[in-house]
Design a binder for this molecule. Structure first.
Ligand SMILES: Cc1cc2nc3c(=O)[nH]c(=O)nc-3n(C[C@H](O)[C@H](O)[C@H](O)COP(=O)(O)O)c2cc1C
Length: 197
C-alpha cells in the first residue's frame, strides 16, 4: 500500500496536467541591434518562472540588446545569440529535466557563449543563508555540464489553482507550502541589469 502511494506521489508531481502549462514567448528590442542578440530560455510549470524570464529579458533589452524569450521546448538552435540565460522552476528539489537536457544538447554551441542560470523556487520565500545554500545546490546539475558567468536564485510563487488535483493535494496538505507570490521584482531586475554578457 505504502509503495502504491509513493508511486502515485512520484507520478503526480513529475507529470504535468493540462492546467500546469506555464509558457510565454516574447521578444524585446530591435533584431538588428548592434549590441547583439540574447536568448532567455526557461522551463516553467505553473507560469511564475516564465514571468521571471520575461522580466529578465525586458531588463536586458533595456540595455540595448535584442532579446528572445522562449520556453525550452520551442528552442531548436542557439545560433546567432551572443549570450544565453537559462532558467528553471524547482520541483522536488531539482531543476527541470528539460533544462538539463537543453544544456547537454547544446553544450558545444553554449561553450562559445556567455551562459548564466537562474532558478525560481519556494524555499527562498525565507531568504536565509542556509536556504540560499540549499537552492544554490539545485543548480549543480547545470554547473556540472557548463560553468555559468552568473547564477540568480529567486523566490517564486505558489498558486494552488494552477496545479492539477494530485499536485494541489500534496502541496497543500502534505508539504503544506503556503500560497502567495514571493517574487522580489527589484531583486530580479537588479540581477538582470548587472548580468555579465
Ligand atoms: C509539485 C511541486 C513541487 C515543488 N517542489 C519544490 C521544491 O522542491 N523546492 C522549492 O523550493 N520549491 C518547490 N516548488 C515551488 C516552485 O518551485 C515554485 O512554485 C516556483 O515559483 C516555480 O514554479 P512555476 O514556474 O512552475 O510557476 C514546487 C512546486 C510544486 C507545484
Amino acid at each position: 500500500m505504502k509503495k502504491i502511494l509513493y508511486l502515485l506521489l512520484i507520478f503526480s508531481v513529475s507529470s504535468c496536467s493540462a492546467k500546469e502549462k506555464g509558457t510565454l514567448t516574447h521578444s524585446y528590442g530591435n533584431e538588428n541591434s548592434p549590441s547583439g542578440k540574447l536568448l532567455v530560455v526557461y522551463c516553467s510549470v505553473a507560469g511564475s518562472t516564465a514571468e521571471v524570464a520575461d522580466s529578465i529579458g525586458k531588463e536586458i533589452a533595456a540595455k540595448g540588446y535584442y532579446v528572445q524569450i522562449s520556453p525550452v521546448k520551442e528552442v531548436k538552435s542557439v545560433d546567432g545569440f551572443k549570450a544565453v540565460v537559462i532558467g528553471s522552476a524547482i520541483r522536488m528539489g531539482q531543476v527541470k529535466g528539460e533544462i538539463v537536457d537543453f544544456v547537454k544538447d547544446f553544450k558545444p554551441a553554449l561553450q562559445t557563449k556567455s551562459v548564466s542560470y537562474f532558478v525560481v523556487c519556494m524555499t527562498l520565500k525565507d531568504d536565509t543563508p542556509e536556504n540560499r545554500k540549499t537552492v544554490d545546490a539545485y543548480v549543480d546539475p547545470l554547473r556540472n555540464e557548463l560553468k555559468p558567468v552568473d547564477v540568480g536564485l529567486f523566490a517564486g510563487k505558489m498558486d494552488y489553482s494552477k496545479l492539477g488535483f494530485f499536485s494541489r493535494f500534496i502541496i497543500k496538505h502534505m508539504v503544506k507550502t503556503p500560497e502567495g507570490d514571493f517574487r522580489k521584482w527589484n531583486e530580479i531586475k537588479g540581477w538582470a541589469k548587472d548580468l555579465k554578457l
